[in-house]
Design a protein around this ligand. Structure first.
Ligand code: 13P
Ligand code: SF4
Length: 329
């Protein structure tokens, strides 16, 4: 039964490729010039605003960004994403200067698992094997046995020795989904992403009534009742591949709205409906949206703010990240 909560008096947002003028603003041009002058690479998450995606050297998901950060020979990595992503870049390539345009660009999921609480839990349960979703602080990574992203979580959990009991932190929704895919029981840390849990079964069912043939593509951070309605549950990178390979011309996308820029740029002939939440037809992550073109330009000019981690923290958090990269070749 679908209740009318007033949502459908506000129209659904449909994204299609706009005709491209190819014109960049003065700030964007200056960013491109400074990148070249300083031998800097701009790594950008799929949720960033379009004008930032337009000047990036690489746009992708957490896994792709970690791989790029590990392999770059640029002197400076400018990271347009959130804090834990920039930290991961620093851990993987610590001799580089890693910049984040706004150091307050955090993550509710990362905040839901403070390192001291994880440490305490581990001290009471010393035999657990900790699999940490990359959306966590460097200090939490240092307490973990292996890291995973939404793009490789199933593959990683499948490789944990059978005789080990797993604690999965910090996202209970991703953890639940991984359990359903691997049939492996895990203890789940009770964290979640404030933006992805806003999609509801009711709001997606209503959207499907309007677009009955459009496949629903959901991020695994969505709640189970929403994931159950999806034709595909996957990382942001795999969303691009899924929509490319599927014959449908229209898709309902359940993730942060920055994703629409990447999808419309790569698949200009297709249309994407931003899955409505319980309250509206937009779903911006307030942390991802803290980076702006002006902050990015200032950050390149001043080479700050910079990600700064102690050598010990880098050493201890690198081990589980490296294990993830080795296990997901
Ligand atoms: P992806 O790695 O799938 O891009 O997800 C990152 C994220 O923060 C999702 O909210
Ligand atoms: Fe964190 Fe959610 Fe924002 Fe992703 S969308 S960065 S999980 S708060």
């Amino acid at each position: 039964m679908i209740k009318d909560n007033g949502l459908f008096s506000s129209p659904l947002k449909i994204f299609r490729k706009q005709s491209d003028t190819g014109n960049l603003t003065k700030e964007q041009e200056e960013i491109i010039r400074l990148k070249k002058e300083k031998n800097a690479i701009l790594l950008c998450h799929n949720y960033q605003i379009d004008p930032i995606q337009e000047v990036a050297d690489y746009v992708g998901d957490s896994l792709g960004l970690a791989r790029q950060a590990a392999s770059t020979d640029a002197d400076i990595i400018v990271f347009c994403g959130v804090h834990f992503m920039a930290e991961t870049a620093k851990i993987l390539n610590s001799s580089k200067t890693v910049l984040l345009p706004d150091l307050d660009a955090g993550c509710s999921l990362s905040d839901s698992c403070p390192a001291d609480q994880l440490k305490e839990y581990k001290s009471k349960n010393p035999d657990l094997f900790v699999v940490a979703y990359v959306n966590c602080s460097a200090a939490v990574k240092a307490e973990s046995d292996v890291i995973c992203t939404s793009g490789n979580a199933v593959q990683i959990v499948n490789q944990v020795p059978d005789d080990q009991e797993i604690l999965f932190v910090p996202d209970q929704n991703l953890g639940q989904w991984v359990m359903s895919q691997t049939k492996r029981k895990m203890r789940l840390w009770p964290g979640s992403c404030y933006a992805h849990v806003l999609f509801t079964q009711e709001s997606i069912e209503r959207c499907r009534l309007e677009y009955p043939t459009a496949p629903v593509v959901a991020h695994p951070e969505c709640v189970e009742t929403v994931r159950d309605l999806a034709d595909e549950v996957c990382s942001t990178e795999k969303m691009v591949t899924f929509c490319k390979e599927h014959s449908s011309e229209t898709f309902i996308i359940l993730t942060e709205t920055g994703m629409m820029h990447r999808l419309t740029r790569e698949l200009p002939e297709k249309s994407f409906i931003a899955g409505p939440t319980g309250n509206c037809s937009c779903n911006d992550c307030r942390y991802m949206k803290m980076n702006t073109v002006t902050k990015l330009l200032n950050c390149l000019k001043t080479e700050s703010p910079e990600i700064d981690l102690t050598n010990d923290l880098i050493k201890n958090s690198k081990r589980p990240i490296q294990r993830m990269l080795d296990w997901s070749q």
